[in-house]
Design a protein around this ligand. Structure first.
Ligand code: AP5
Ligand code: MG
Length: 217
């Protein structure tokens, strides 16, 4: 199965992609994570992307399309992929169709996660992540079971993203509304769109996505 998770910053794409890896034996491909890894590694691509990400704008299409093409070529995808944060423009969506067709694959479904803008800002400002395994948390909505200790790997080190402040979040939201939202219609016309209420609690959203994918919602 090849699945796209579509939604604004903070909609819960990363959270639900991690759960889908477990629920469906799929592999998460997150362009945001790939770009942050390139920034941390100090590569040329990372230097170029880092400035753009800190402004909350979108990285040029050719860079992210190249990252996805490279990753698809590496294979090893188990039961398939969950694309988290890609595509984000119509040009990226068209490139994805092309990349999949060239490899004899097709996109099965696009899950749109609907969340109010005000809730998104609150979610993003409160987010932190395990520095070791990448498990995501939130100051109010998802705290570690033992304070200060990652549930998944036991690490005591956590990080916050450089683009997770209110000013940059507003720019990221603007980029979403201007450049990514048109994908909702694009995929609806192809009969691939499934919309879920992303305002519900994390476990409820997980179940709603499961029902949408199984065709019972
Ligand atoms: P990216 O890393 O993709 O960030 P984003 O789209 O802004 O989305 P986030 O990762 O912030 O949110 P999320 O939806 O994953 O939410 P999460 O699950 O963490 O991209 C970053 C940047 O990279 C972009 O701005 C751009 O510059 C560049 N980029 C990346 N891909 C690109 C592309 N294809 N083209 C061009 N540029 C690209 O949840 C958020 C918080 O809320 C967490 O703390 C979580 O615990 C909590 N939470 C989750 N679900 C719920 C819930 N249901 N209720 C309450 N809290 C919840
Ligand atoms: Mg994310």
């Amino acid at each position: 199965m090849i699945l796209v998770l579509l939604g604004p910053p903070g909609a819960g794409k990363g959270t639900q992609a991690n759960l889908l890896e477990t629920d469906r034996s799929l592999v998460k491909l997150s362009t945001g994570d790939m770009l942050r890894a390139a920034v941390a590694a100090g590569t040329e691509l990372g230097r170029k992307a880092g400035d753009i990400m800190e402004r909350g704008a979108l990285v040029p299409d050719d860079i992210v399309i190249g990252l996805i093409a490279e990753r698809l070529d590496r294979g090893g995808e188990g039961e398939g992929f969950i694309l988290d944060g890609f595509p984000r423009t119509i040009a990226q969506a068209e490139a994805l169709n092309r990349l999949l067709a060239e490899r004899g694959k097709t996109l099965d479904a696009v899950v749109e996660m609907q969340v109010d803008d005000d809730a998104l800002v609150k979610r993003i400002i409160g987010r932190f992540t395990c520095a070791n395994c990448g498990e995501g948390y939130h100051d109010d909505f998802k705290t570690p079971k033992v304070p200060g200790v990652c549930d998944r790997c036991g690490s005591r080190e956590f990080v916050r993203r450089r683009d997770d402040n209110e000013e940059v979040v507003r720019s990221r939201l603007e980029a979403y509304h201007a450049q990514t939202k048109p994908l909702i219609n694009y995929y609806a016309k192809q009969g691939k769109l499934k919309s879920v209420d992303g305002m519900a609690e994390i476990g409820q959203v997980r179940r709603a996505i499961g029902r949408a994918l199984d065709g019972s919602a």
